[in-house]
Design a protein around this ligand. Structure first.
Ligand code: SAM
Length: 253
């Protein structure tokens, strides 16, 4: 009898595999990440945040206080992500960008993918200081530590992937207002996130994950995105479909 990897289990092979999902699987099955799901009822019944109910602090503070979990989280976020490759393939505006700031960019993998195809771009990877401390040196990328609720580094384009769905509208507006201040004239934000479709589907599960792991985070419909971005003062808003209900939203200052 012969044994071999199936097409699905090949996604867990780590070596030389741009689609490797093993770190993401390890993150989402980590006991520390699964424990708050046991408190989901407290969110539904009393409106409590499940991570707060479990640990007495929010997810970002938990990651700050637990270096091993933080490494696991950062690796999970950075693991083989077809969305990054699809953004590079489908978005034609990268050729005109001089400075691209990735807000909440983790350890810089998304910028690395973009800049490997567009080496003229100066990349600024911006995240919390404990995340930046784990970010490897990458050509063309400057790592900057700070909080997007305080300020955002300046550039002509700001990229924000899987960030807005971590926050409620009030906090999203604070982030977008800081982006507005940081953007050069006629600058734009590029948001990569889910756009919920009336037909439903897997994103609803991610919506539940945001409900459990974040404090007020949620997936949004196109109408909700338009309202948020218009309130933040963006004029032209374009939706570009990437894959499986993940979209790139281009909003011009
Ligand atoms: C869901 S991860 C997304 C990471 C990356 N953009 C990606 O798609 O792989 C959210 C990121 O937001 C960062 N973050 C959370 N609070 C932040 C803050 N106040 N300022 C900057 N980054 C923050 C986290 O450290 C984390 O890297």
């Amino acid at each position: 009898m012969q044994y071999g990897l199936t097409p699905i289990s090949k996604l867990l092979v780590t070596e030389n595999n741009p689609y490797n999902q093993a770190p993401a699987v390890l993150l989402y099955t980590d006991p520390a990440i699964l424990a708050p799901w046991q408190q989901l009822h407290r969110h539904v019944l009393y409106g409590e945040n499940a991570v707060q109910s479990t640990y007495g602090k929010d997810l970002w503070q938990c990651l700050n206080d637990n270096p091993d979990l933080s490494k696991c989280f950062n690796a999970g976020m950075a693991s083989g992500n077809p969305v990054d490759l699809t953004v590079v393939r489908k978005y034609k505006g990268f050729k005109d960008i001089k400075t691209l700031v990735d807000v909440g960019g983790g350890i810089g993998k998304t910028l690395e993918t973009i800049i490997s195809s567009y080496p003229h771009i100066h990349g600024i990877n911006y995240d919390l200081p404990h995340v930046i401390a784990d970010a490897p040196t990458m050509p063309g990328i400057e790592h900057v530590g700070g909080s997007m609720f305080e300020s955002v580094p300046s550039g002509d384009t700001i990229f924000i992937k899987r960030i807005m769905h971590d926050w409620n509208d009030e906090n999203c507006l604070k982030i977008l207002n800081n982006c507005q201040k940081a953007l050069l004239e006629k600058g734009k934000v590029l948001i990569s996130d889910l756009v919920l479709q009336p037909s439903g589907g897997p994103p609803q599960l991610i919506d539940m994950m945001m409900m459990v792991l974040t404090d007020g985070g949620m997936e949004r419909t196109e109408e909700q995105w338009r309202k948020l971005l218009t309130t933040a003062g963006f004029s032209t808003i374009n939706f570009i479909e990437l894959l499986q209900q993940v979209w790139l939203i281009e909003a011009v200052k």
